[in-house]
Design a protein around this ligand. Structure first.
Ligand code: SF4
Length: 358
């Protein structure tokens, strides 16, 4: 971190003079010295994003299936100690939720669950993926970390992406905020994207929960993790999400809040380091910020999200993980993107494109 804090305006200018930066340039771009250079940084990030991805943003929706959790992450509304209304959807109920999303236009679903393998075992996700596969060409999961065999089972059932946030890359901080349960194991979680990629997942998603630790420290962890995965698993698309901590049941106050300008600096700097990585921004953020960043560097975004199980068919029956900031409907988000000259893409993948066998 000393190198980041010592960076000079000259080093920032030198990094900006390159189209794509190495790790040293990245450290300059996330430094305090780079804060006044946000406009040229954003321009360069926009250029690279358009060159590599075009003027498109892919839309997805989260489908929460359970908020019943055995863990006690101090920042999370689903923490087992919070007295909230808990639900695990039956397969029929989850399918009904998916039907609503399909009717809204989504073809790319992210199945999300809290961590309780007894309530939602791997066989639950296999069965759900098999039910949804004919309607949704792209299914990802954001669930508790599995071993490689678990991910192979999901891949065979039709899941093609895994998202798992490290939450914080600082092992000491990690221990403080994950005091109990399987999630307390930092190394097991850190190696999860690697296990998913080995099992053949087409996409792996990383992220740090912004607000838990100093954002520049998290940025370095994220960058090193993504670089390593890209080099080791060149067939797998890496994406990075930028979840900022939001108000949630339990009332956790983030010790290191990240401002809008800092979030933009982080995302744009990562674009210059990792030009082919997908950058994901969810409905945790305001419509204005999401609209702005969709024109600069975002490649994937959610819309119309509910963060409680059953929220699309029976809103308000269970408690949410966190409150969303962008409450626009999927149609409104898509229409706004078009107004801004960005094409919203509902379907970006078809397994038939991948299946080259006889
Ligand atoms: S972050 Fe995940 S594992 Fe931790 S309490 Fe929340 S739902 Fe459970």
């Amino acid at each position: 971190m000393a190198q980041v804090n010592r960076a000079t305006p000259e080093q920032v200018e030198s990094a900006l003079a390159r189209r794509v930066v190495d790790l040293e340039g990245f450290l300059a771009l996330i430094s305090p010295a780079a804060a006044p250079f946000l406009e040229p940084l954003a321009r360069q990030a926009q250029c690279l994003t358009r060159e590599r991805f075009g003027r498109v943003v892919q839309l997805y929706a989260p489908l929460y299936v359970s908020n019943d959790c055995v863990n006690a992450c101090v920042y999370c509304g689903f923490n087992r100690h919070n007295p909230i209304r808990r639900t695990t959807l039956s397969l029929d109920e989850a399918e009904a939720e998916a039907r609503v999303l399909w009717e809204q236009g989504f073809r790319n679903l992210l199945i999300v669950s809290s961590e309780n393998p007894a309530a939602v075992p791997v066989s639950y996700f296999e069965a759900l993926a098999r039910r949804l596969g004919s309607r949704f060409p792209s299914l990802s999961v954001e669930i508790y970390p599995l071993d490689e065999d678990g991910y192979r089972r999901l891949a065979r059932a039709g899941v093609d992406g895994v998202t798992v946030f490290q939450e914080t890359y600082d092992p000491n901080r990690y221990r403080q905020v994950h005091p109990a349960g399987r999630k307390a194991d930092y190394s097991w979680r850190l190696a999860t994207p690697e296990r998913a990629a080995r099992a053949g997942m087409r996409r792996v998603g990383l992220g740090a929960l912004l607000g838990l630790g100093p954002w520049r420290l998290e940025a370095v962890g994220l960058a090193l993790h993504a670089l390593w995965l890209e080099r080791r698993f060149w067939q797998t698309q890496v994406t990075i999400s930028f979840p900022r901590l939001r108000p949630a049941p339990g009332g956790y106050t983030p010790p290191h809040p990240v401002s809008d300008r800092e979030l933009v600096q982080l995302m744009c700097a990562l674009r210059l380091l990792l030009p082919n990585v997908g950058l994901v921004l969810s409905t945790r953020e305001s419509p204005e910020l999401r609209d702005g960043l969709s024109q600069i560097c975002v490649t994937h975004t959610s819309a119309g999200s509910r963060t409680e199980p059953g929220g699309y068919t029976r809103p308000g029956q269970a408690d949410v993980q966190f409150r969303v900031e962008d409450r626009r409907s999927p149609g409104e988000v898509a229409a706004r993107l078009l107004e801004l000259g960005v094409e919203p893409v509902w379907k970006d993948w078809d397994a038939a494109l991948h299946d080259t066998g006889p």
